[in-house]
Ligand binder design. Structure first.
Ligand code: SAH
Length: 335
């Protein structure tokens, strides 16, 4: 996808991909999805764009391993949100991208996951359009897809989920008690046989679970939390909707909350223990959700009970290893 403005008379995109070394002519902004973390989940197009970058403007979710794929001479600018130092506002980022491109530079705006899934990529595209700067969007693997893949839990398995919905748990409304909570369509999210993936929802796990249960979703609905999906420090907790708040309390990194009958298929992976207050790696940490389905969809009957994990994390899988086999009914070994 490309947007050309008045200055956008370029026909040389392939030349840009091949790595133009100077800064003549109009520059261009590449809005690139860096995927969830594992560099092997970059697209070939994202890799080519990075290799041809003169400036890389990236946010905090992008790993050094991926940034190192840009030429050594490319200027790197982090616009990650920081507690102690100045954080760039979205407006400042927009202006920065446009200014570099107007200087004739090939700018890669590198964003975690996909630029158009809760990434404010649309605002950056709009700023380029308004300034007449050519902007190319390179989609990326969004965190939800990586989380389902590594947990071995399809987001829409036949018979268990007819739909998957991505929502933001970012607080959008402040209640009477001054506490924020997401402003979501709880009635629709509470319907059974759908998977709900909540981005930016860890700190809101308590009101999210309470609202979904109040709207009619069973507290026993399987739920999964995936932290650092696809990264070496990935951790996964299999729980239930009612258990989400307690499970979320042990999470410290970027994580997704996933709720739905399909999460009964998910495989847990202990969280890394460093600096956490969560359960010790030596203790049983998660208990697989119990689920019996019948009737409404008629296709699946799943019962998974009482599987506890006690293995030290160091003996467990590497997230970049082969995909986990999907299991059918009954017990299976956690990894
Ligand atoms: N554009 C990104 C999402 C940005 S919003 C994408 O498509 O994935 C930021 C939120 O995404 C985080 O708060 C977290 O909920 C989720 N997230 C991003 N990377 C993640 C990862 N590797 N593992 C788990 N969740 C992740």
């Amino acid at each position: 996808m490309s947007q050309s403005g008045e200055r956008g008379k370029r026909t040389d995109r392939l030349v840009v991909l091949g790595g133009r070394g100077d800064a003549r002519g109009p520059g261009q902004v590449w809005l690139v999805g860096a995927g969830p973390g594992d560099p092997e989940l970059l697209t070939i197009k994202a890799l080519k764009a990075l290799q041809a970058a003169q400036v890389v403007v990236h946010d905090g979710l992008v790993s050094d391993e991926i940034l190192d794929l840009a030429p050594a001479g490319a200027r790197r600018i982090s616009v990650a949100k920081r507690k102690s130092r100045h954080s760039y506002s979205q407006d400042e980022i927009n202006r920065m991208l446009v200014a570099f491109a107007l200087e004739g530079l090939n700018v890669v705006r590198l964003k975690g996951g996909d630029p158009f899934i809760f990434g404010r990529g649309g605002e950056e595209l709009e700023a380029c359009r308004e300034a007449g700067v050519d902007c190319v969007i390179v989609p990326g693997v969004t965190a939800a897809l990586a989380a389902g893949a590594s947990a071995g839990a399809p987001l829409t398995p036949r018979g268990l989920a007819q739909a998957v919905t991505f929502v933001t748990g970012h607080a959008a409304r402040v209640g009477e008690d001054g506490a924020g909570e997401p402003d979501l369509d709880w009635d629709s999210l509470a319907r059974p046989n759908q998977t709900v993936v909540i981005y930016m929802g860890v700190s809101m796990a308590t009101p999210i679970a309470a609202r979904l249960i109040a709207a009619g979703r069973a507290g026993s609905t399987p739920a999964l939390i995936v932290e650092n999906a696809s990264r070496a420090d990935e951790g996964r907790v299999v729980t239930t909707l009612a258990g989400l708040p307690q499970a979320a309390a042990a999470i410290t990194g970027p994580a997704l909350l996933i709720v739905g009958e399909a999460m009964a298929l998910a495989q847990a992976l202990p969280l890394l223990q460093s600096g956490r207050e969560g359960p010790s790696a030596e203790e049983p940490m998660v208990r697989r959700a119990s689920l019996k389905l019948s009737g409404t969809t008629g296709r699946a009957t799943i019962q998974q009970v009482g599987l506890s994990l006690s293995s030290p994390r160091s003996t467990l899988r590497s997230p970049s290893g082969p995909p986990l086999p999907l299991r059918g009914k009954g017990k299976g070994a956690a990894r």
